[in-house]
Design a protein around this ligand. Structure first.
Ligand SMILES: C[S@@+](CC[C@H](N)C(=O)[O-])C[C@H]1O[C@@H](n2cnc3c(N)ncnc32)[C@H](O)[C@@H]1O
Length: 309
């Protein structure tokens, strides 16, 4: 893609996510009338969070394809029932760690989230800051907290203004149970993101975020690292559709390679994450596990972990 095409793509992606998260926010507000009035118990608030999480992919789908056909529910139960059927109708085969399974997309994403939580549990050290890079409305961070991944702070970095608004709205359900904040973040312009002074033990992660950036700059990861000037230990974990970029993949898995490359081309997805990361001197790629999550239509997800040298 030349400069003009990249710019056009960037605007398209921006508009797409503003529209998705605006719809999500309005539906979250409408249905649950957030912020809650009165003094509901924490248990009730967390139940509402779980319901929002269940509904979000359904609302997301309608924001993309059938916005006008969504709504008109009379009770919460109506809406939950609609979502349940929506998931069941779309049950399908996935391959996770080489094992075939019939799952709903909700189950699939829960397994993905638990995998991320397990990786973080294994690190088992005193985390100052955990950061979701391009984290949308924040559900992955909130879930990590609920899965018991402990950090002094949870930070959402996201380009979409509506996405950040939505995450703050949902955070109001957590009532200071965790220290959360969200900030502007654009992979194409990292100079603008905040600097996190004083944090020594930092975890970065991303899930389905990198693919949105067709091409990274040579300096992307150097600039990102410099935003944590006092860091002593920095780990970064990515669950991203970058399987075809891993050097051994073409030889080891030619069919999946072909399918994933085609998917990335068709969707104007990222092509150079692995290359740019591996050329960054400060970065040591510790572990790569290719194609762990595969929905069998291209776009298989690999797990890549790097740390600061
Ligand atoms: C497929 S969504 C995934 C969101 C979230 N990571 C999740 O798993 O639910 C892709 C996300 O990348 C964000 N994004 C797109 N372009 C971006 C950019 N240039 N910089 C930062 N985030 C971006 C979108 O706003 C959106 O939240």
């Amino acid at each position: 893609m030349n400069f003009e095409e990249l710019d056009k793509r960037n605007h398209q992606v921006f508009r797409k996510y503003e529209s998705i998260y605006s719809f999500l926010e309005s539906e979250f507000r409408k249905f649950y009338e957030l912020p809650l009035v009165g003094s509901p118990t924490m248990k009730k608030q967390l139940k509402i969070y779980r319901q929002l999480k269940f509904m979000a992919p359904v609302i997301w789908y309608h924001a993309l394809f059938e916005q006008s056909e969504y709504g008109g529910f009379i009770t919460n139960d109506d809406m939950m029932m609609y979502a349940k059927n929506w998931y069941l109708e779309r049950k399908r085969e996935y391959i996770i760690n080489g094992e075939k399974m019939i799952l709903t997309s909700y189950q699939y994403d829960e397994i993905l989230k638990q995998t991320l939580a397990k990786l973080l549990h294994r690190l088992n050290y005193d985390i100052d800051l955990i950061v979701d890079l391009g984290g949308g409305w924040g559900h992955r961070l909130f879930d990590l907290f609920l899965f018991g991944v402990k950090s002094k702070e949870y930070v959402l970095l996201e380009r979409s203004i509506a996405g950040r608004r939505c995450s703050n709205l949902v955070y109001s359900l957590f009532d200071n149970l965790l220290r959360f904040s969200c900030h502007h973040f654009d992979w194409n312009n990292l100079e603008d993101m905040p600097v996190f002074e004083g944090r020594q033990n930092v975890i970065l992660f991303s899930v389905y975020s990198i693919e949105q950036i067709p091409k990274f700059s040579h300096k992307t990861f150097d600039i990102l690292i410099d935003k944590f000037p006092h860091v002593k230990v920095l780990y970064s974990i990515h669950l991203e559709p970058i399987t075809f970029q891993i050097p051994t993949e073409k030889r080891n898995n030619p069919l999946r390679y072909k399918r994933d490359v085609q998917y990335a081309i068709d969707h104007k997805y990222n092509m150079d994450f692995y290359d740019k990361l591996s050329r960054t001197k400060k970065v040591f790629i510790r572990h790569v596990n290719s194609g762990v999550f595969d929905s069998c239509d291209g776009n298989s997800i690999s797990i890549l972990t790097w740390e600061l040298r």
